[in-house]
Design a protein around this ligand. Structure first.
Ligand code: HEM
Length: 404
């Protein structure tokens, strides 16, 4: 008989049908019995999988670990991401010092202080969308009514992308984040979006507004410091990462709270300060980035007693690291009162999510408003009937039918 733990199993592993909020059971077994082990990917490659919280943070903070997608051992998520990586280089595919220089260009736009200034506008957006929801048919799909429009409107206003064009870039984002998409089609869609953003940068340069793309057009493009394409590539990353992630967190977070009525009651009726805590716990518990964190060793490394050789691929499985009992006691329990802010749902180290201050404010406003304004909110179908996005880069639900 073969030892299951010595065999490189196919990654990603399937979640248990009845536990849609939990990582695949196999990941938990690995964390206990073989926390650093090999897995097999879609293309037959066998990178290392890191499961424990301490090892995950050690790898993600190690400057000998790289995001260089051109390395033969780099563990690509799927054929679409491999094709995209060959064509487009964003912050996520840059190592220092290039990464440091590009990221510095953007940090001021997403600072906590700036995001706090946006809070009243985000509150207004959420309130208006809830007004519309309540005035419309009951039941309704919360993805369409709230989860998708909140982050889409906010990122459009921040970047200076016309909201009327959302159907276009949401379609492109859809093509880029499906695991089983056609790489050629996804690349055509990605190029369409870049051409659209190239044109927008040109228009911002001619007539700047008070938004991020205008600032980049004036400070970087006009001065020759960056090409138009470099700015539109940055814009594409921010546009896609800035709406699809938070949208899935809103919908999946709502589904998780509706499935845990005691936790929902604490968020709805408790001290408003508890909402920020609940957001961190939901981020930890749901860890929606299915891609996890992909890296390649630039030098030989000793991690958790294992030798990872130069050139070998590494997948840091944040979703299971966020369920490590040594970092989060009783990790499989959703507990909105626990201190979970040290989770790795936004990653860790140099590539830690740039947009996390924005995501936090959006999630705090949504979860702090939705259940107070609609205390009777409930799923309109049994939880088992929801379609979970097992094949997508960001985990979530396709639709969330709710009633009140
Ligand atoms: C709940 C929402 C979000 C989650 C769970 C999330 C998660 C993540 C994670 C895990 C990473 C690191 C990936 C890695 O280490 O390989 C990341 C990076 C990034 N995120 Fe987010 N994100 C969210 C929202 C946002 C928003 C709203 C924006 C933009 C406005 C954004 C922009 C970015 C960017 C630009 C990076 C790349 C940073 C770098 O490589 O230096 N994210 N995100």
């Amino acid at each position: 008989m073969t030892d299951a733990l010595s065999e490189p199993n196919l990654f990603p592993m399937a979640r248990a049908a009845r536990c849609p909020f939990d990582p695949a059971p196999e990941l938990g077994h690995r964390m206990e019995e073989a926390p650093i082990s090999r897995v097999r990917l879609w293309d037959g490659s066998t990178p290392w999988m890191i499961t424990r919280y301490a090892d995950a943070r050690a790898v993600l903070a190690d400057p000998r670990v790289s995001v260089d997608v051109s390395q033969p051992g780099f563990p690509h998520t799927n054929a679409v991401s491999k094709a995209r990586d060959a064509q487009m280089k964003t912050l996520m595919q840059m190592d220092a010092p290039e990464h440091t220089a590009h990221r510095r260009l953007m940090t001021s736009d997403f600072m906590i202080k700036k995001m706090e200034v946006l809070r009243p506008r985000i509150q207004q957006i959420v309130d208006e969308l809830i007004d519309d929801l309540l005035a419309g048919p009951n039941p309704a799909d919360l993805v369409e009514a709230l989860a998708l429009p909140v982050p889409t409107l906010v990122i459009c206003e921040l970047l200076g992308v016309p909201y009327v064009d959302r159907a276009f870039f949401q379609r492109v984002a859809g093509a880029l984040v499906m695991d089983e998409g056609d790489p050629a089609q996804a690349m055509t869609a990605s190029e369409e979006l870049n051409v659209y953003l190239d044109d927008l940068v040109e228009r911002k340069n001619a007539e700047p507004g008070d938004d991020v793309l205008s600032r980049l057009a004036v400070e970087q493009y006009r001065t020759g410091a960056m090409t138009r394409r470099e700015i539109s590539t940055m814009g594409q990353l921010l546009l896609v990462a800035g709406h699809d992630t938070t949208a899935n967190m809103i919908a999946l977070g709502t589904a998780a709270l509706l499935a845990h009525p005691g936790q929902l009651a604490a968020v709805r009726d408790g001290d408003p300060a508890l909402v920020a805590n609940a957001v961190e716990e939901l981020l930890r518990y749901l860890s929606i980035t299915h891609t996890e964190a992909r890296r390649v060793a630039r030098e030989d490394l000793q991690i958790g007693g294992h030798l990872i050789r130069k050139g070998e691929g590494i997948i840091v499985v944040k979703s299971i690291a966020n369920r490590d009992p040594s970092a989060f006691p009783a990790p499989d329990r959703l507990d909105v009162r626990r201190q979970a802010r040290h989770h790795v749902a936004f990653g860790y180290g140099a590539h830690q999510c740039l947009g996390q201050p924005l995501a936090r404010v959006e999630l705090q406003v949504v979860f702090g408003t939705l259940f107070r304004r609609i205390p009777t909110l409930a799923l309109a179908v049994p939880l088992e009937d929801l379609t979970f996005k097992h094949q997508a880069v960001f985990y979530g639900v396709r639709e969330l039918p709710v009633t009140w």
